[in-house]
Design a protein around this ligand. Structure first.
Ligand code: FDA
Length: 310
């Protein structure tokens, strides 16, 4: 409850234009903790830096309020530019996309534009041996995202496309089971949107319990799992579960956001676990930065301390 109030308060303040202008003018230094840079080149540099610590990367081009079909297609082109740049730099690209950013829900040429553009992105990623994860958005998009994931999985195979399930939704355990026939590569998250009680657990304890059940069930079914959380107690329990059930360290990976719990990321990698950081980059960094601040007062303190230092 307090978490929700804090999140709402920060997002309301951050949404004000004067605050945005002030942070945009002075805040880039602090935002750099969470955002790798504004260009593909700065993101690629972050990939190389993380590699020194044995941490893999997942690149995410930031973009919000991409409205027109032309903007969606331009956004997809920008993702493809990143794939080309990564490949040219010797990196096997792993990227995440939001289907809404590339046109989901808009019809063009008789087909959903999100599907058309995702296909273009995955086709290019496959050429380079890469992987594309379809992020999960708010609950009205879940059905279409899962249906499009199934289509794309059929066309490109599970080595090149995966998606995300959110443990806060009541429906998710059923969704997970319904995908087992694909042996899919899934990222399990708690869920980042403000969802109503009609569709999502209001209590954090229920979200956490569902999270554990989902990860264990996905491992048990013999599928590759991306355990995307900063929750140390869950991470510990997953390690214990894997040990107890003979799940090898290369059958799953831990995923965390760039700049968050860097100590934990390094320690897990040093202990031989696969670890991947989700690296956001791009000019449109402000809304993403605001959401990270809204997630925990610890991040707000980090920024405040930075601002006070001048
Ligand atoms: P939780 O919020 O319970 O926090 C556990 C611990 O981690 C606490 O101690 C907390 O303070 C700390 N912590 C959590 N977030 C922190 C932060 N930002 N800074 C510092 N400490 C933090 N969501 C979604 O709906 N769709 C998606 O596709 C994705 N994709 C995705 C990819 C990756 C790699 C990650 C890590 C997360 C996502 N998410 C997401 C977001 C996810 O749903 C969730 O909102 C955040 O991961 C925060 O929840 P935690 O699981 O970390 O635990």
């Amino acid at each position: 409850m307090i978490d929700q109030l804090y999140r709402k308060a920060v997002l309301t303040v951050a949404g004000q234009k004067t605050i945005e202008n002030a942070v945009r003018a002075r805040g880039w230094g602090m935002a750099q903790r969470f955002v790798a840079g504004e260009t593909p080149q700065t993101a690629i540099q972050a990939v190389h830096d993380l590699k020194k610590d044995g941490i893999m990367a997942n690149l995410d081009l930031l973009g919000e309020f991409i409205e027109s079909p032309a903007q969606c297609t331009q956004f997809a082109d920008n993702v493809i530019t990143m794939l080309d740049a990564a490949h040219a730099d010797g990196i096997t690209p792993y990227v995440s996309i939001k289907l809404s950013s590339v046109g989901q829900g808009k019809t063009e040429g008789g087909e959903d534009l999100g599907l058309t553009n995702a296909r273009r992105i995955i086709r290019r990623a496959r050429e380079y041996g890469g992987f594309v994860c379809l992020d999960m958005e708010d609950h009205p998009r879940v059905d279409q995202t899962l249906a499009q994931f199934r289509t794309l999985h059929g066309e490109f195979g599970g080595q090149h496309v995966g998606t995300v399930l959110q443990s806060y939704l009541y429906r998710t355990e059923k969704d997970r089971g319904s995908l087992d026939d694909l042996t899919p590569n899934l990222r399990i998250v708690k869920g980042a949107y403000l969802e109503p009680e009609t569709v999502a657990y209001p209590q954090k304890a229920d979200v956490d319990a569902a999270y554990r059940r989902l990860v264990y069930a996905h491992m048990q079914a013999g599928n590759y799992v991306n355990v995307a959380t900063h929750d140390e107690s869950i991470i510990h329990d997953v390690q214990m579960y894997a040990l107890a059930h003979g799940v090898s360290k290369d059958a799953f990976e831990f995923q965390m956001l760039y700049g968050i719990r860097r100590d934990l990321q390094r320690n897990l990698a040093a202990a031989g676990y696969r670890v991947r950081a989700y690296i956001p980059y791009g000019r449109d960094w402000y809304p993403y930065f605001s959401r990270r601040i809204a997630e925990t007062p610890r991040n707000a303190m980090f920024v405040l301390r930075g601002m006070l230092k001048g």
